[in-house]
Design a protein around this ligand. Structure first.
Ligand code: EAX
Length: 327
């Protein structure tokens, strides 16, 4: 009898511990790239910090490689639908959610990464991020996707003439598409999850992305030529569904904000190192790399400013501010 009583007590203690350890919330974090990409390193850092700061009461499950959607636009829509809790990814589709995000999509807008983070970590970045709240999305931090470069299967690119007639996949972003159109390219907007197969099948000739994405998505298997055009700096963001963020206590909101800032700085450092290391890796993987003179590309893409400045309304002044601060 005594044994049975002791056993029941032991079981109830174990259950009590188990119940205590069970998280009160399990959140879904999604991104569109492989686990080797910098976003994933950032996501794991964010998970580690939030789980440790909440002593496991909030658990974050990370879903890489488009598991929560067919591409970044889809995953961001999931934040609004409540099917996704946290997004790590580029701002590429953001212009479709808040037009003012097109501000960062203008070609050759940023001089270098120092200039990028003076803007994103300053008043302009704060202002643009704050515009998302009315869309059911809360911005937590700016990360890095990086300066975008053109790859293609057909020919080396050293001047705008070399891109004429190429079918190039772009993000679902009308400013990016306009830039390639003025260069005589046929731009094809497409979700990231479809790009590798489209390149493999030859339905498109090329695409454009930062070096870390090109390498971690193994595009060297289907692309022969890489031109270091650095034609647009692609920011990335940590976003959270606004109803979820609003439901957190002020203390837990601070935990999310602090963890996001730390995770973003970690991701930027990882991404920056990858950009330097992976150029060599791409060469070793058989890609032919050209470093074109960018002036003719910059000259030709000026038309995009005239075409889209109006979309920014009175925030077009921010465009001039960014250009001026980069001189
Ligand atoms: O964010 O869709 C794209 O080209 C993005 O740069 C990629 O998914 C990484």
């Amino acid at each position: 009898m005594k044994f049975r009583k002791g056993f029941v007590v032991l079981l109830s203690v174990l259950f009590a511990f188990a119940a205590e350890a069970a998280p009160s919330r399990v959140l879904k974090l999604g991104h569109a790239v492989p686990e080797e990409n910098a976003y994933h390193y950032g996501a794991l850092k964010f998970k580690e910090l939030v789980e440790s700061e909440t002593k496991g009461d909030i658990q974050i499950d990370v879903f890489p490689n488009n598991q929560l959607g067919t591409g970044e636009r889809d995953i961001i829509e999931g934040l609004q639908l409540g099917t996704v809790d946290i997004y790590f990814g580029s701002t590429g589709p953001m212009g479709g959610f808040e037009k003012k995000f097109l501000l960062f999509d203008f070609p050759f807008l940023f001089r270098d990464k120092k200039h990028v983070y003076e803007v994103l970590d300053g008043e302009i970045g704060k202002y643009v991020m704050g515009l998302l709240d009315s869309k059911g999305i809360h911005g937590l931090a700016w990360m890095e996707n990086g300066f975008r470069n053109l790859t293609n299967a057909k020919r080396a690119v050293n001047s705008p003439d070399d891109v004429k007639g190429l079918k190039v996949r772009t993000m679902e972003n009308k400013v990016h598409m306009a830039m390639w159109r003025v260069l005589g390219v046929d731009p094809t907007p497409m979700a990231w999850s479809e790009v590798f197969t489209a390149l493999q099948q030859g339905t498109i000739d090329g695409q454009e992305n930062p070096v870390p994405v090109i390498y971690t998505s193994k595009l060297y298997e289907v692309q022969k030529h890489l031109a270091l055009t650095r034609h647009v700096f692609s920011p990335a963001m940590i976003l959270v569904a606004k109803p979820l963020f609003d439901s957190l206590s002020p203390e837990r909101q601070k935990i999310f904000e602090k963890a996001a800032l730390e995770a973003a700085l970690h991701e930027r450092a990882v991404c920056d190192k990858m950009e330097n290391d992976f150029i060599d890796s791409l060469k070793k993987s058989g890609m032919e790399i050209s470093t074109p003179n960018l002036a003719p590309f910059q000259e030709a893409s000026r038309k995009v400013y005239d075409e889209f400045r109006g979309e920014l309304g009175d925030d077009a002044k921010l465009l001039e501010q960014i250009l001026a601060s980069g001189k």
